[in-house]
Design a protein around this ligand. Structure first.
Ligand SMILES: Nc1ncnc2c1ncn2[C@@H]1O[C@H](COP(=O)(O)OP(=O)(O)OP(=O)(O)O)[C@@H](O)[C@H]1O
Ligand SMILES: N[C@@H](CCO)C(=O)O
Length: 391
């Protein structure tokens, strides 16, 4: 297989997962990016140069996650494993709940795809990157927004939807693959590249048979994602602490089972997320359960109230709170003041979602919270995921 380019540059957004009630499913792409350039070397060497986040801590050899993801994807995109020089410019804080590992993995997988001659702007290629990266990460909720941008709801299934398409993940050679064709042996359902589109890819059926060997999330099964539009009325604030918590440690605090009522509460709230983050008409379709409207108030429920409820979690935050008491305390304090706050990803960052009709957090004392250990950053929602440039 001929290598298509000498150098590939990849830009991948940060992501926030869980979004309160959407544990292990909901993810949002944020306007903060890790940039990386991969160059092919004539030797089998691996050279790594790192600037920014993780410059003092990340490995500069083949143990680097971007490098590992690149090599783990070479087969998928039909390129031989070659020596590479990686220059990384990292802006996403690591081990904070902003999807740094997913972004690093997506960078490496995108680079392999680009060297193989596949265009990340092609929907089939995006889906193959999503599949490979989710398999490496073990769960898809950060990977999906990092690849597709916007709001994504993702899940894993042992069976492909309505097909006999379980099969290998290898991508047809770019030369053999007619333009616009799907990936053979996998189970994508065609959809527009835009909102509400659906992506799904099969993994090895033997892997699928071992579905969920562990509650900590396995890399088996097939990954799917649906992308939703996000209203420009949505504001995102992230409180970033100076301390870290690895996802691995945060997952080890999860229980093996949860009360039925907690699962049911999260289900109902998570179903609200695509609606309340969209441009759905304000208030008209929303109702209180009972009682006459209070005097002077409009009938119905405000979108801010729905956002507040949609970001309530009973599945993971209470169990992880002991690992990040300051973050958990901040979430509770913010919610007590009516802000739609939750832990970002596995923590310890704290996320606040706001609609224009809510009270702006920037005007409150919370923006100055514990300034020595935290900084608050307003972030945009990234409508697009990973971008690749070739040379
Ligand atoms: N730019 C990067 N280059 C190489 N490796 C990275 C990079 N960013 C993150 N990593 C790897 O990912 C690890 C952090 O992953 P972890 O899942 O614990 O946290 P996170 O992805 O930042 O948070 P979350 O999954 O909760 O959103 C780092 O310790 C490092 O090994
Ligand atoms: N859903 C994941 C996100 C972090 O990778 C978790 O909360 O563990």
């Amino acid at each position: 297989m001929a290598i298509s380019f000498d150098a590939v540059s990849v830009s991948v957004p940060a992501t926030t997962a869980n979004l309160g009630s959407g544990f292990d499913s909901a993810g949002l792409a944020l306007g903060l990016y890790d940039d990386a350039t991969f160059e092919l070397l004539p030797s089998a060497d691996v050279e790594v140069d790192i600037h920014g986040e993780g410059a003092d801590t990340l490995p500069r050899d083949s143990h680097n996650l971007m490098v590992r993801a690149f090599y783990e994807s070479c087969d998928t995109f039909n390129i031989p494993p070659m020596g590479i020089r990686l220059a990384a410019n990292n802006r996403i804080p690591q081990k904070r709940g902003l999807g740094s590992s997913a972004s690093a993995i997506v960078s490496g997988v995108c680079a392999a795809a680009a060297f193989g001659g596949y265009d990340i702007a092609d929907r089939d290629v995006q889906d193959a990157v999503f599949s490979s990266a989710s398999r490496i990460e073990g769960h898809p909720d950060n990977v999906a927004p990092a690849v597709y941008g916007g709001l994504t709801l993702s899940w894993k299934s042992v069976r492909s939807v309505g097909s006999e398409a379980d099969g290998p993940t290898s991508f047809p050679s770019s030369a053999d693959r007619p333009a616009g064709s799907g990936v053979s042996g996998v189970s994508g359902i065609a959809g527009g590249p835009e909102d509400g589109s659906f992506a799904g890819y099969g993994l090895d059926p033997e892997d699928a048979a071992q579905e969920d060997a562990s509650h900590t999330g396995s890399c088996t099964g097939q990954f799917y994602s649906v992308r939703y539009p996000v209203s420009s009325q949505i504001s995102v604030y992230v409180f970033i602490p100076d301390f870290e918590l690895s996802t691995e440690e945060a997952r080890s605090a999860l229980p093996f089972s949860v009360p039925f009522s907690d699962a049911a509460a999260n289900l109902g709230r998570a179903a609200l997320l695509p609606y309340v983050l969209s441009d759905a008409p304000n208030t008209g379709a929303l109702y209180r359960s009972a009682g006459a409207p209070e005097e002077g108030s409009s009938c119905g429920t405000s979108m801010h109230q729905v956002l507040f409820d949609a970001t309530e979690d009973r599945l993971h935050q209470q169990y992880r709170g002991g690992l990040m008491p300051e973050s958990y305390g901040l979430v509770k304090a913010l919610r007590a003041h009516g802000f739609a706050a939750c832990i970002s990803g596995a923590g310890p960052c704290v996320l606040v979602l706001d609609r224009d009709d809510g009270e702006g957090i920037a005007d409150t004392g919370f923006s100055a919270v514990q300034q020595d250990r935290w900084r608050m950053q307003k972030m945009s929602v990234a409508p697009r995921g990973a971008v690749v440039r070739t040379a």
